[in-house]
Design a protein around this ligand. Sequence first.
Ligand code: NAD
Ligand code: MG
Length: 347
Amino acid sequence: MSEEFDNPVYYDDDADASHIDSKTVAVLGYGSQGHAHALNLHESGVDVVVGLREDSSSRSAAEAEGLRVETPADAASEADLVSVLVPDTVQPAVYEEIAPELDAGDTLQFAHGFNIHYGQIEPSEDVNVTMVAPKSPGHLVRRNYENDEGTPGLLAVYQDATGDAHDVGLAYAQAIGCTRAGVVETTFREETETDLFGEQAVLCGGVTSLVKHGYETLVDAGYSPEMAYFECLNELKLIVDLMYEGGLGEMWDSVSDTAEYGGLTRGDVVVDDHAREQMEQVLEGVQDGTFAREWISENQAGRPSYKQLRHAEKNHDIEEVGEELRGLFAWGEESDEEQPAETPADD
Ligand code: NAD
Ligand code: MG
């Protein structure tokens, strides 16, 4: 264990497999995370049963890998640990099906804290509630495991009914390969709120907004859409790759002095104190549950705004230009390798 940071980090030596290898684990869902957890657990010697609806198109994929498949309720009934890896928006409904099958001392395991943190699932007090959340899409969790490598992950215990919930979570993290890389201790609250904030303000929302505004600024000033696309979207990958490898410093070291000076003097002009205040607003909406309530009722209403926003985003000029350009150049193909080709179709 490392205590260098605020949150402890655990490795293989900290985990004790006996907390999981005597258990039957039900993995509900066989999508991005589900297929990876099920297969990694199975190959780590854990007794796994996959829980899928009777009509799920993933059934044959799971069975072809030698996994047993039952309905979610039947899988949960025979399991001591139930890993909930169906989409977050359908978890409350699936939980209703499996709740009667949870016995005292069972463990309910998640890969994201949303439904527990915002009270959409309220497990009884006699079960453990844990989270092991790999910080990667499922196809990488699976590929790393197969290559004897690890995937960094998070571990949190929301409810410890048996007194060893933490050990159970750590053993689960080991069995899916996360302790090979390192597992950071967190809480359901911290994981949920930082995850939502990150994807809204920076990763998914912030970046796409920055890219679109940059593109529109150039095109509106009379520059060609192709050049605007290259400058504001395509080159982003090169910059992000450098930051991923060696932080902001490696990026600044790798670009020209002109780019470095221009970036250091103009970046804060664009993303300024106002943007920072807006980020605080977004964070507040995550913390006080406004966003969660909005998203839950959006789903209950059949996702009207979501569909509209998605449609508008798909029809933005930058998407049309991008599609044409990616067709003309070879770089679109090399990224194929990164796609979760082995992930069964979502149903
Ligand atoms: P997914 O959408 O890839 O797959 C979900 C699977 O659930 C489907 O393939 C299907 O087998 C099943 N399913 C779908 N609808 C269902 C229904 N109505 N009833 C029963 N089963 C149904 O989901 P995912 O991305 O693997 O997410 C699972 C969990 O993992 C979520 O809590 C998510 O937040 C978390 N997580 C995902 C990632 C990621 O990169 N995808 C990373 C970390 C954590
Ligand atoms: Mg049970």
